[in-house]
Design a protein around this ligand. Sequence first.
Ligand code: NAD
Ligand code: TYD
Length: 339
Amino acid sequence: MTVLVTGGAGFIGSNFVYLLLEERPEWKVVCVDALTYAANIHTLNDAMQNPNFVFYKEDIRNREGINAIFEKEHPDVVVNFAAESHVDRSIENPAIFLETNILGTAVLMDACRKYGIERFHQVGTDEVYGDLPLDRPDLFFHEDTPIHTSSPYSTSKASADLLCLAYHRTYGLPVTISRCSNNYGPYQFPEKLIPLMINNASQDKPLPVYGEGLNVRDWLYVKDHCYGILAVLEKGRVGEVYNLGGHNEKANIEIVKIILKELGKPESLITYVTDRKGHDQRYAIDPSKAMAELGWAPTTMFKDGIKLTIQWYKEHMDWMKECTSGDYVKYYEEMYGKR
Ligand code: NAD
Ligand code: TYD
């Protein structure tokens, strides 16, 4: 079995690569990543030592390059993690989100049609369902909740999902889609809430909380997400969407305070800043379909996962420094400087 993993030098993709190498040692893992700002090639140092792993620096928008990899590697399964993934960046520059997340997905699926495939799995997000009101804790996202996006990011991801379902219906491409809630864990780029706050707090820098910090996200440990994707690959039905989440809702300010407490830093570091435009209020996944059909369930409690995560970043400050040098300084200044 040869699995082509796109975006494998990023956060969730790299965790998935390591999960496959550990849990399915007989499989070959072919990783394709353009190495954008969000990737760190050193994340894959250990994988590079594994004879079942091969890496290609390639852009999923490049049809010729992607076709050449298919001709050489003959993947049986493709798992598409490659994407522009940060909402704030999508608000500043939507175009690249449309190009990578929609057109790149089409290039991959065209290659699947051309060379044949057993499964194309699209890694999707719960953000395609839009948001839920804060005063209705009884509401959850189900697989048939209408698509109702807010940001250019979530719109590009929703468009990609629809395209996948269209390729399934029109060409019979064996597609599955998983839609997951917010992930946390090792190797997440420090533009996202949890690693950004850990990085800033570690250096006694202000922690920029948007608005009043009351927006709610549903957090899942990244390894649980990766097991969920593996379960969809092995047990999921083609043409189906599976929501992955762990019923672990927290307001942003709660997360920030937990991080400060774990790091032994004062709450005076919290700085409330101008809210994100179009900021989604609450995300909350109903994962009962994946649990019933795939026998999947998360195993990491948030109180344990956040400790593991903070410990990992403390032990990998060199990795963090690599991510936060160069362009990151400019990004941070532009995003937070005058906020
Ligand atoms: P990430 O930004 O950490 O990693 C994305 C990876 O894709 C990077 O390695 C980057 O170099 C690569 N990439 C970007 N553009 C590319 C291109 N044109 N060609 C090839 N590679 C390219 O993102 P992530 O958080 O790991 O998210 C992975 C996937 O999971 C995304 O599709 C995202 O929408 C989805 N998702 C993420 C979350 C989350 O909480 N992070 C939740 C649900 C779904
Ligand atoms: P983020 O990690 O960007 O994920 P998403 O927007 O895809 O859910 O943000 C998580 C939440 O944290 C979101 O409500 C925005 C908020 N946030 C802040 O308050 N400050 C920050 O510096 C960042 C990056 C996010």
